[in-house]
Write a protein that binds this ligand. Structure first.
Ligand code: ATP
Length: 264
């Protein structure tokens, strides 16, 4: 669907787990083709935000709109068909199925691909994520870098308009991160909007043109990455946790670049 309006809108969304508020009257907008990074200390509500957008979590109040349509009551499967693809922090492949089968299932079940279209999508996505040579390997036998790629491949196979990436670079080496960044940038070039939660700040800032900092389910800062990383509010949020490096490697934040201190 071609749309010139916002792709995703959260309108005063609130979600609580008992005493914990993971989204507190949260409002934000993502436009088609945007690339938005999300940072914030542990427990800020970042992954919960993805759950609210993907339909895995139902907000207590507020509205989620996709392409102007109110999807708040739609479940994750319907939202996936409407173009929301997501990866999980801990990859969740079908361990006994091959890499090819995992991606094919995503193309068919998530993307609604029929017949040959599913196979074509799978082959294209495997090539784009550098997994073609491992197509016949059971997912359970993949190491972390390839599991992360498979997680990305499964999300891409659903042919999303909005790609939600949850710490896809975590635990990878610098060259592995660079390869992954290349794949994400290729997805952007295809016109996908990307929202990327990541503690590896330098991977984020090489890709996104907007950064949001969350804390306590609220947006603390939203703007150009350099401005957000340099803002006193963001420094306070990270310093307030006791240790800048201790919040998962956003160690470059107070210096304004995330470069040297960021986790590889
Ligand atoms: N299903 C749930 N039931 C109860 N509490 C939850 C649930 N999901 C998340 N929480 C709590 O909500 C808070 C926010 O969690 P969330 O995973 O969204 O944070 P996060 O910013 O992604 O953190 P991290 O950087 O550690 O992944 C945490 O305190 C977490 O324990």
């Amino acid at each position: 669907m071609v749309s010139t309006g916002p792709l995703l809108e959260l309108d005063r969304v609130t979600k609580r787990f008992g005493q914990v508020t993971v989204a507190d009257e949260l409002s934000l907008t993502v436009r088609p083709g945007d690339a938005v990074g999300v940072v914030g200390p542990n427990g800020a509500g970042k992954t919960s935000l993805f759950g609210i957008v993907s339909g895995d979590l139902r907000p207590d109040s507020g509205q989620v709109r996709l392409g102007g349509r109110n999807v708040t009551s739609f479940d994750a499967a319907v939202r996936c068909r409407l173009g929301v693809g997501r990866t999980h922090q801990v990859p969740r492949p079908f361990e006994d199925m091959t890499v090819f089968e995992n991606v094919l299932v995503a193309a068919q079940q998530g993307g609604g691909a029929r017949g040959r279209e599913g196979f074509r999508t799978t082959a294209r996505v495997l090539a784009g994520t550098g997994l073609s040579d491992l197509a016949d390997r059971p997912a359970g036998r993949l190491g972390l870098p390839h599991r992360k790629r498979l997680e990305l491949a499964r999300a891409l196979a659903t042919r999303p308009r909005l790609l939600l990436l949850d710490e896809v670079a975590g635990g990878l080496t610098d060259p592995e991160v660079a390869e992954l960044v290349g794949m994400i940038q290729a997805a952007r070039a295809d016109g996908l909007a990307v929202v990327w939660i990541e503690h590896v700040v330098r991977a984020l800032t090489s890709t996104v043109d907007r950064l949001i900092c969350l804390a306590g389910g609220r947006v603390v800062a939203d703007g150009l990455p350099a401005d957000v990383l340099a803002s006193p509010e963001v420094k306070e949020v990270f310093l307030g946790t006791g240790s800048v490096g201790g919040v998962g490697g956003v160690g470059g934040v107070p210096e304004g670049g995330g470069g040297d201190g960021a986790r590889a």
